[in-house]
Design a protein around this ligand. Structure first.
Ligand SMILES: [Zn+2]
Length: 471
């Protein structure tokens, strides 16, 4: 018997919203039809004409757990995601300890399994741990990175020489390398040159567009020269210069390779905020890469629309208000964003900045493909796929307010901006957000192993890591 029948819904079909019912069995989509005419099911959800799309996949979050759980932890972070219509996250390695070896991976997996209300992948870090990369890949990390080319939170940045060695190893493993592209020498030179400059926008001038451009250029070249080039994904690209270089590199790929070997994403703060917002945000607008001009932000929206940019990811990087409200130079970089990603994107559809079709592509289908989550049933609202769904009323535009959000850090850079929040979020057929509260059990989220996870001859996963319950 099916578990859930969603009635009175609307879905996007051929560019139109059409009435639909969705049948869910064992957490997976069993069928989508105009009308099912069945009477036996466990639970009926009246969607009340809400639009149903795949729940978001946020490929870039920092949940700070283990180590910095006063900022966020797997429970608060995953609740924030659920309330924002995100049912899958990839969590990045710069925690304490970082995920750069077996012990770091095991500790993070233990915390996540105990607390996460949504499904998750764990990324593996790259420092001077080249000899550990194969082992963490076999343990089941999703992808490598973000690999920091310049200093940022966590201090995991590496030299270009080390980057070359790492990319070659990642290429050998046929894994994906996710790159935080900022050039460290430009950053250092500007830091010294502007050391007496205390203007509010100085952070954007220490890390100007060229800082990203040079790093993207160097990374593509270093990868090309590697013994076995890796698949590359550029995190949070923020400038026309970077996007154009990436497009050029895609075109120059040898014909036998596939253009998906170089992909990129953009963060909502590089679409919906700009250097003009420093005046109001002050240090709350500090992140890496930094805020760009409003012309650059407009370009990034256009590049997302045209397909040059493949995905959106929040780079959710919470810090407490008291940590942020200090002079610009000493404030930590990073803003929360996992709960506002989908609401901002859906509000952008309402404003005709993006089509709903494109939003679905960049928030679920493409991230699933890029990060290899499609092989686990993620990212598509098709028969047999996980029933990870977001239901929303396109007319319900509300101002974003930090008091309504679920992150530990209690502030948002998008305060007062328009958002369309989910009326409901489902994860594998379970309602985890009902429009008013998170109703998911702590620890219900499942680990999504990466493609390198070791299996036995029958394809069964061999769990090699320490998976006990001790603290
Ligand atoms: Zn980053």
């Amino acid at each position: 018997m099916p578990d859930v029948l969603i009635q009175n819904a609307r879905i996007l079909e051929g560019g139109q919203l059409v009435p639909a019912e969705i049948l869910i069995e064992d957490g997976k989509i069993k069928g989508i039809s105009k009308e099912f005419r069945i009477s036996a099911y466990d639970e009926r959800i009246n969607a009340d004409k809400m639009v149903v799309i795949p729940a978001g996949i946020d490929g870039h979050v920092h949940f700070r757990d283990p180590g910095l759980t006063y900022k966020e932890d797997w429970y608060s972070g995953s609740c924030s995601a659920a309330a924002g219509g995100i049912a899958t996250v990839l969590e990045h390695p710069n925690t304490l300890p970082p995920v750069i070896d077996k012990s770091g991976f095991s500790q993070k997996l233990k915390h996540a399994k105990k607390k996460s209300v949504i499904d998750f992948g764990i990324n593996g870090g790259v420092t001077n741990n080249i000899d550990q990369l194969k082992e963490i890949w076999r343990l089941g990390i999703s992808v490598f990175g973000e690999i920091f080319m310049a200093e940022s939170t966590g201090g995991l940045n590496i030299s270009n020489d080390l980057l070359g060695a790492a990319l070659s190893k990642i290429g050998e493993l046929d894994a994906l390398a996710c790159i935080h592209a900022e050039d460290e020498s430009i950053r250092l030179a500007n830091e010294a040159f502007l050391k007496n400059d205390n203007e509010i926008d100085v952070h954007s001038r220490i890390r100007p567009n060229v800082c990203e451009e040079v790093a993207v250029h160097d990374c593509i070249k270093i990868n090309k020269d590697a013994a076995v080039p890796a698949r590359l994904h550029f995190c949070h690209t923020s400038t026309p210069e970077a996007v154009k270089l990436i497009e050029k590199a895609r075109k120059e790929l040898p014909p036998e390779s596939n253009a998906s070997r170089i992909t990129c994403e953009v963060a909502p703060h590089h679409l919906f905020l700009s250097t003009k917002d420093y005046k109001q945000l002050g240090t709350l607008g500090k992140m890496n890469p930094p805020l760009r001009s409003s012309e650059d932000a407009a370009y990034m929206i256009q590049a997302l629309n045209s397909g040059l940019v493949n995905a959106v990811a929040s780079d959710h990087a919470p810090h407490m208000l008291y940590e942020k409200e200090v002079p610009m130079r000493s404030a930590p970089s990073g803003v929360p964003g996992v709960e506002t990603l989908m609401p901002l994107m859906l509000a952008a559809v309402r404003k005709n900045w993006l089509s709903l079709e494109r939003v679905i592509a960049v928030t679920s289908r493409n991230p699933a493909r890029i990060f290899g989550l499609d092989r686990l049933g993620k990212g598509s609202m098709a028969e047999g796929c996980d029933a990870d769904l977001l239901l929303f009323d396109p007319k319900n535009v509300v101002p974003i307010k930090s008091k309504n959000l679920h992150t530990h850090c209690d502030w948002t850079p998008y305060e007062g901006m328009d958002g369309i929040f989910p009326g409901m979020t489902l994860s594998r057929g379970d309602v985890i957000w009902d429009g008013a509260q998170v109703i998911a059990k702590k620890g219900r989220g499942e680990f999504l192993p990466g493609a390198g996870m070791k299996t036995d001859e029958d394809g069964k996963i061999i769990l090699e890591y320490d998976d006990d319950d001790e603290e």
